[in-house]
Ligand binder design. Structure first.
Ligand code: FES
Length: 59
């Protein structure tokens, strides 16, 4: 099983949770992720990692 790193430490949210939300809700931007699950909407330091997930899922 692949590792599941914490992406957003503010919300203690792992990569798999963000990927699931991006797929289910068809999220395209960091803003949409923030609105949907709040990841990235607190301090913003995880934006690069969230963008990477968005790039992977929406490629
Ligand atoms: S680490 Fe994600 S908003 Fe702070």
């Amino acid at each position: 099983m692949a590792e599941d790193p914490v992406i957003c430490t503010c919300l203690d949210m792992c990569k798999s949770e963000i990927v699931a939300a991006v797929r289910e809700q068809k999220l395209k931007t960091i803003e949409e992720v923030g609105d949907a699950i709040e990841a990235g909407a607190v301090c913003g330091s995880c934006h690069d990692d969230i963008q990477e997930i968005l790039d992977e899922e929406n490629a």
